[in-house]
Design a protein around this ligand. Structure first.
Ligand SMILES: *Cc1c(COP(=O)(O)O)cnc(C)c1O
Length: 424
């Protein structure tokens, strides 16, 4: 008797598999810390993803500027598959060759000499904050060091990094915050100099300045090169450390490997995470040898720099260079901004500005229009284009760095059709 004889023919043809995702059930067991769009994603390839019902989307979110090589890139798949079969995790009690290789890759292509690995952007910034404080005690001889950060900045969700974040909405309800931070307006060097002068009460002084080269969450606001050059000068004159948060803009996103290359300066310390390993969790804090005051035991991370994450980072780095993706980010970014400027001109009452570098771009909605970024994104999502807001009035465009000319055109057609249908 063949096994098939036991299989009964269904009395009715099989139902089409409706996988309608049960969001209520999901929210019953997952903490509701996120406002989610009502789709559940299941599969991806290149710049496209598919939801559980098989609907296709062009992905201009890329895990929020994280999936550098898009989805299921053969180089990343190959690297992590090989590494997990060989050795995926060991403690930092031992030397990890892949960690050394990735640190060398970064150090040889940046102003930094040394790297500390962790698992996220917030952790990388925490490491930078700890290093700056140790440097203040040991080198600057400041007993209560203050780190200046910018208003409208974003540095993460841990207690120290929400404190560093110059936006009350991330801090509210989580007081008491961490001591030792003060805020200045972005792109305003006079305000920075004034704050350095004002915060000088005996042992309490400014030791470091922490800035994003381009404010991502704060609305895709590029730093002004002249401002950053002045900040560099002020830091030099006062013996302060300049720390750059490159978590969103680093690893090629802006068309340069590091965001600070757009500004004509070098930081003393910078951090990276999101795109560094293309979506495999990783974080890194880089510094010049002159400010590496960490000693054994000062800082650590169980997962930080494990073979799996570092193999992924190395594969992303190699592919960025092999496939000339920095150039692609520049060219596709120009194309994207040109298209966005066309939309701006056709809807001058609705949009006010297009701004960005490489493949991190924003389209700002007029403040007096009764329409938010989420309103527009709900419609683009229905039309098969994923976008992410950067605040209530800015649409953010951060596709994978492999995005093609045709994909940019397709995304812009979907966006314009969403705007047209929303505005009637
Ligand atoms: C996303 C982001 C962070 C936080 O990174 P996590 O990995 O979510 O901790 C920090 N700084 C900037 C600039 C970011 O964009």
């Amino acid at each position: 008797m063949s096994p098939n004889t036991l299989v009964q023919e269904p009395a009715t043809p099989p139902q089409p598999t409706t996988t309608a995702f049960d969001a209520d059930r999901f929210n019953a067991s997952v903490m509701t810390t996120y406002g989610r769009f009502p789709i559940a994603l299941e599969r991806g390839k290149g710049c496209r993803v598919w939801d559980v019902d098989g609907k296709e989307y062009l992905d201009f979110v890329a895990g929020i500027a994280t999936c550098t090589l898009g989805h299921a890139h053969p180089a990343l798949v190959e690297a992590v598959t090989q590494q997990i079969q060989k050795l995926h995790h060991v403690s930092n009690l031992y030397y990890i060759p892949e960690q050394g290789e990735l640190a060398e890759w970064i150090a040889s292509r940046s102003c930094a000499d040394r790297v500390f690995f962790c698992n996220s952007g917030a952790e990388a910034n925490e490491a930078a904050i700890k290093l700056a404080r140790k440097y203040a005690h040991k080198v600057q001889e400041i007993q209560y060091p203050v780190i200046l950060t910018a208003k409208a900045s974003f540095h993460g969700r841990t207690l120290a990094t929400i404190t560093a974040t110059g936006q009350a909405k991330y801090q509210k309800g989580f007081e008491p915050l961490v001591d030792g931070f003060a805020y200045v307006p972005f792109n305003d060097v006079r305000a920075l100099e004034d704050a350095i002068g004002d915060i000088d009460e005996g042992n309490r002084r400014v030791g470091a300045v922490l800035l994003e080269p381009l404010q991502g969450e704060g609305g895709v606001r590029p730093g002004d090169a002249r401002y950053f050059q002045e900040v560099r000068r002020v830091c030099n004159e006062n013996g302060l450390l300049l720390i750059l948060d490159e978590v969103q803009v680093g690893m090629g996103r802006t068309g340069k490997l590091w965001g600070y290359e757009n500004l004509g300066i070098e930081p003393d310390i910078f951090t990276s995470a999101k795109g560094l390993a293309g979506g495999i969790p990783i974080g890194a804090m880089m510094c010049k040898k002159s400010c590496d005051v960490f000693e054994p035991g000062n800082h650590a991370s169980t997962f930080g720099g494990n073979p799996f994450a570092c193999a992924a980072g190395l594969a992303v780095g190699k592919t960025l260079l092999d496939e000339d993706l920095l150039n692609n980010a520049r060219v596709r970014g120009e194309q994207l901004r040109e298209k966005l400027n066309g939309i701006l001109q056709r809807y001058p009452d609705t949009f006010t500005e297009v701004r960005g570098w490489g493949l991190i771009n924003g389209l700002e909605i007029a403040g007096d229009r009764d329409i938010t970024s989420i309103d527009i994104i709900k419609v683009t999502t229905e039309k098969g284009l994923l976008l992410v807001p950067a605040g209530p009035k800015v649409l953010r465009f951060v596709p994978p760095l492999i995005v093609s000319e045709a994909e940019v055109n397709e995304a812009m057609e979907k966006l314009e059709s969403a705007i047209a249908s929303l505005l009637g």
